[in-house]
Design a protein around this ligand. Structure first.
Ligand SMILES: Nc1ncnc2c1ncn2[C@@H]1O[C@H](COP(=O)(O)OP(=O)(O)O)[C@@H](O)[C@H]1O
Ligand SMILES: CC(=O)N[C@@H](CCC(=O)OP(=O)(O)O)C(=O)O
Length: 295
């Protein structure tokens, strides 16, 4: 380590101060996507970022996904799975696996990794403390052949009906880091699989979060040529969904961003979770990364 390296490090730490002050005691919801989770080293870097955020006075709330991990488990069990408009069609057998993978193994793995970095994390899902009540998602689509609008049956796919953030506020007050799996029950007694992006947006709205960050496996929203779009207005984002530039798993992400911006969440960003310390770079440095969605 040379003196120059030390000076650079000191400079970077000093640069973070105004950002730490800006986000002091503010809530930042981080959606940690299943595609960003693959690598153990990156997982530790993420856990370290979240721990550092908490240490510096920010209130991070982690909402995680796990789509690829659910897919792997379903494959091992020979259960076929299909996506429509970025959402997994979820039958009775699938919802059991979804809950097991999300609220069981992935949730506890993230809690363990944050704990390993010296943070104090608590794992929750929508069912805990009635945090979220879900209802069945009713989605309609226009059939391309008949041009008639039809209801798409997605099974036990839910959408947030109510968010009761009391349990989350208690956890945050105790300086703990909540890590939340996107599974919730409905008033009908069923368990629902909620897209993790949608879930994160509802939590950010209920907590009046200052920022909502989506960590995924691409640098942000890409144009038709694969180039990063650094910022998008709500109107531009809607146009890109309508013309098919934004498709698949990016649809629920962008829809959630639009809703969050409309509800007044200040900084909604989609960024590459495969870049080590993506959260710190976004939050605590001058280098904005990813796609910022604006009013
Ligand atoms: N315009 C676009 N820009 C970037 N990614 C897109 C776009 N349209 C579709 N995608 C797809 O969306 C994926 C991210 O969504 P998803 O797979 O659900 O990730 P996550 O697990 O992080 O939620 C990308 O890997 C990419 O394949
Ligand atoms: C309804 C629906 O599609 N639910 C998702 C929940 C997990 C998720 O959203 O994970 P990512 O963030 O990694 O995509 C699923 O079953 O895959």
């Amino acid at each position: 380590m040379t003196l120059l390296d030390d000076r650079n490090r000191a400079h970077i730490i000093a640069q973070a101060l105004p950002y730490m002050q800006r986000y002091d005691k503010k809530t930042v919801v981080v959606k940690y996507g299943g595609h960003a989770m693959g690598d153990a080293e990156l997982g530790r870097a993420f856990a370290r970022d979240v721990t550092l955020m908490r240490q510096s006075g920010v209130h991070p709330v982690v909402v995680h996904g796990g789509g690829p991990q659910i897919g792997n488990m379903l494959k091992r069990l020979n259960i076929t799975s299909e996506f429509r408009a970025g959402l997994r069609v979820t039958d009775r057998a699938t919802i059991e696996i979804v809950e097991m993978v999300l609220a069981g193994s992935i949730n506890k793995q993230i809690v363990q990794t944050i704990t390993g970095e010296g943070g104090r994390a608590v794992g929750l899902c929508g069912k805990d403390g009635n945090l979220m009540i879900a209802e069945q998602l009713r989605r309609t689509m226009v059939d391309p052949d008949s041009a008639i609008e039809q209801v798409v049956d997605l099974g036990f796919v839910g959408q947030p009906a109510e968010v009761n953030p009391t349990v989350l506020k208690m956890v945050l007050k105790e300086d703990l880091i909540p890590v939340i799996a996107p599974v919730a029950h409905g008033k009908d007694g069923n368990t629902y699989n909620i897209n993790a992006d949608t879930f994160a947006g509802a939590i950010a709205g209920a907590l009046n979060a200052t920022r909502l960050l989506f960590l995924t496996d691409v640098p942000g929203v890409l144009d038709r040529d694969g180039n990063l779009i650094k910022s998008l207005t709500i109107g531009e984002a809607r146009a890109l969904m309508a013309d098919g530039t934004i498709s698949g798993g990016m649809i629920p992400k962008v829809e959630t961003c639009i809703e969050a911006v409309e509800k007044g969440v200040e900084g909604v960003v989609i960024l590459d979770g495969k870049v080590a310390h993506a959260v710190l770079l976004e939050l605590f440095t001058d280098r904005g990364v990813g796609t910022l969605i604006q009013p």
